[in-house]
Design a protein around this ligand. Structure first.
Ligand code: HPA
Ligand code: MG
Length: 226
């Protein structure tokens, strides 16, 4: 077994739970790009907390890996920041331990949202490279799991290439009513069923350059609508 699963008595995949009534932090407590000053409602998860939680996820993943090599599959575009930071943490933790992890990073692009709504059709782009995943220990790195529909399609697509092991880490998991019961193996935060942006999560390609995870105003949704 290359990758042990968490014991049932200590479920790891819920993440840090943010309750439905969490108001977020007032904007003037933090800095953010000036061009978004009219668009944000609150800072929902500050960048520093994302960093610290990511470090812990890296540690959990390190502890579970039986083999010394993994192929990290970053789901673009939203996963790029989380993936870069997670890989960096795994690298640093592995440098300071006697278990050196060798990592290869690959990318797949998935589009499933337009405005703040999920689309009927999920597009998997750049999937022709996925044959390289055959026989590998694969860690899919995703920014957010909502209903689980996108992740289920991606998983069934990747499983065709017969990786040795396939695990999923998602920075965020939404508590959705219409959820397909899908849970990633590792989750950073469980959040209410709201639309969030920042830390590479976008609204029609805007807000990826925001470090914190934030809530945007209805006015901003109208302003950047396509
Ligand atoms: N924000 C950005 N992208 C998303 C979200 C979200 O809340 N949910 C699914 N894709
Ligand atoms: Mg994503």
């Amino acid at each position: 077994m290359a990758w042990s699963s968490s014991p049932a008595s200590a479920p790891r995949n819920q993440g840090l739970v943010i309750p439905d009534d969490w108001p977020g932090y007032k904007l003037d407590l933090f800095t953010f790009p000036h061009h978004y000053s009219e668009d944000l409602e609150c800072v929902f998860i500050p960048h520093g907390i994302i960093t610290d939680r990511t470090e812990r996820l890296a540690k959990n993943i390190m502890n579970d890996i039986g083999d010394n090599y993994i192929t990290v599959l970053c789901v673009l575009k939203g996963g790029y920041k989380f993936c870069a930071d997670l890989v960096e943490h795994i690298k640093n933790l592995s440098r300071n331990s006697d278990k050196f992890i060798s990592m290869r990073v690959d990318f797949v692009k998935v589009k499933s949202y337009c405005n703040d709504q999920s689309m009927e059709e999920i597009q998997i782009i750049g999937g022709e490279e996925l044959s390289k995943l055959t026989g590998k220990n694969v860690l899919i790195v995703e920014d957010i799991v909502g209903t689980g529909r996108t992740m289920r399609s991606l998983l069934s697509h990747i499983e065709k290439f017969k990786p040795k092991m396939l695990k999923v880490v998602s920075l965020l998991v939404k508590r959705t009513q219409e959820g397909h019961g899908y849970r990633p193996d590792y989750a950073g935060f469980e959040i209410p069923n709201i639309f969030v942006v920042g830390y590479a999560l976008d609204y029609n390609e805007y807000f990826r350059d925001l470090n914190h995870i934030c809530i945007i105003s209805e006015k901003a949704k109208a302003k950047y609508k396509v």
